[in-house]
Design a protein around this ligand. Structure first.
Ligand code: PMP
Length: 394
């Protein structure tokens, strides 16, 4: 049986990680993999997470199964974190999932179950796993214009023209904040225009929010998601706790189905629980429990927010530093977009051969589409990167 299996193309980012490891140069710089790193290159465990783990170790007296939807307290805490008071609590059905990826996967399966002929519109570019999972599930993918390769901002006119071609029951996948891989995001006026198009077409929004708190702040980063959720009859939200709680390997995420039809909440909740049951039964609990403890304890929450704010500001400082260096070296403002982008990533918007030249000549590793992880930089490496970018002629 196994002889029929086919080799799959290597995952670009994982292959890049290996190349970086194998590179003997001391001064190499890793801007590839999508994890936050502090100035020393470490991905630390957040203080509040450590404290919650300590308390959990002391107080947890059983590891018996939770519910199929995970602990309801996790849902309550996460619905409040993502949606605030945008929609009534009883408009939201939700399940804990293994990471944001689990939430994305379950959302796609729900869509396929409810509307087998739905097309899923994704930004061009988007997180590659969106397309990969949709292909794997045999779902139709339509790409909408998103990144303007001249300005390195959002091609909003192109995006709107493409979204208008959606039909009722199609799904429009949006990044809640800190777009991966581009770093270019919608402002609230643009979100409002997207809402109007959703209402005109009858397409259903699905929002993937994996970096809340990494952009403009916890509340600000959720503003687009909240606007959509409060304006349309139905939407799906996949949220990840991997980045903003720094608990990548704990696999903590949540899928929410928001519906103005409150009478249908039980059906939605039962369907989400059914999907969990089919795929992995009970979702992982450890990370979800830490998140719940942090969000519901005043002092843990304050400490988490303070540390998250430090993380956010450190990335903004690096962005500004890099934009300033490039401004000085190139004598032009064309790299100003780096300070405008938000989140961990920026798409430099350059060619694969320049990305290769940066790697081979300078030991600077970024993803082939020229996505850089800003958190891979520090005050010493910013000028080195700026010099290299100018030298290779970006
Ligand atoms: N969505 C987007 C846009 C992401 O960038 C990521 C993380 N790379 C995820 C979802 C999923 O993250 P995780 O499964 O690690 O929680």
């Amino acid at each position: 049986m196994f002889e029929t299996l086919k080799a799959r193309p290597a995952d670009g980012i994982l292959a890049l990680m290996q190349m970086f490891k194998d590179d003997p140069r001391d001064n190499k710089i890793d801007l590839g993999v999508g994890v936050y790193k502090d100035a020393t290159g470490l991905t630390p465990i957040m203080r509040a997470v450590k404290a919650a783990e300590h308390t959990l170790w002391e107080t947890q007296d059983s590891k018996v199964y939770t519910g199929l939807a995970g602990d309801p307290a996790f849902s309550d805490a996460m619905v409040a974190l993502v949606l605030g008071s945008a929609v009534p609590r009883d408009a939201v059905a939700s399940v804990a999932t293994p990471g944001g990826t689990g939430a994305v996967r379950q959302a796609f399966e729900l869509i396929r179950m409810a509307r087998p002929d739905a097309r899923v519109f994704v930004s061009d570019p988007t997180w590659p796993n969106h397309v990969s999972i949709l292909n794997y599930l045999g779902m139709e993918v339509v790409r909408y214009r998103y990144f303007d390769s001249e300005t390195r901002g959002v091609d909003f006119d192109g995006m709107m023209a493409d979204l208008k071609t959606a039909r009722a029951g199609d799904v429009i996948l949006l990044h809640g904040c800190c777009h991966n891989p581009t770093g270019a995001n919608l402002n609230l006026t643009e979100w409002q225009a997207v809402v109007e198009t959703l209402l005109e077409t009858g397409a259903v929004p699905m929002i993937d929010i994996a970096y809340q708190g990494f952009g403009d702040g916890l509340e600000e980063d959720a503003a687009g998601t909240r606007l959509v959720a409060s304006s349309v009859p139905e939407c799906l939200i996949a949220a990840s706790c991997s980045k903003n709680f720094g608990i990548y390997r704990e696999r903590t995420g949540i899928l929410m189905a928001v519906s103005a039809n409150k009478g249908a909440r039980k059906l939605h909740q039962d369907t989400l629980a059914f999907l969990n049951r089919q795929n992995y039964s009970f979702p992982p609990d450890h990370g979800a429990r830490l998140v719940t403890m942090i969000l519901t304890d005043e002092s843990l929450r304050a400490d988490w927010q303070a540390e998250l704010e430090d993380v956010r500001l450190s990335m903004l400082t690096l962005r500004q530093h890099l934009a300033d260096e490039l401004q000085q070296l190139s004598g032009s403002d064309r790299f100003g977009f780096l300070a405008q982008h938000r989140g961990m990533f920026s798409l430099l918007g350059t060619t694969p051969d320049r990305v290769q030249a940066l790697r081979e000549q300078n030991g600077i590793y970024m993803v082939g589409d020229s996505r850089m992880n800003i958190a891979g930089l520090n005050a010493q490496t910013v000028p080195i990167l700026a010099r290299a970018i100018v030298d290779v002629g970006v």
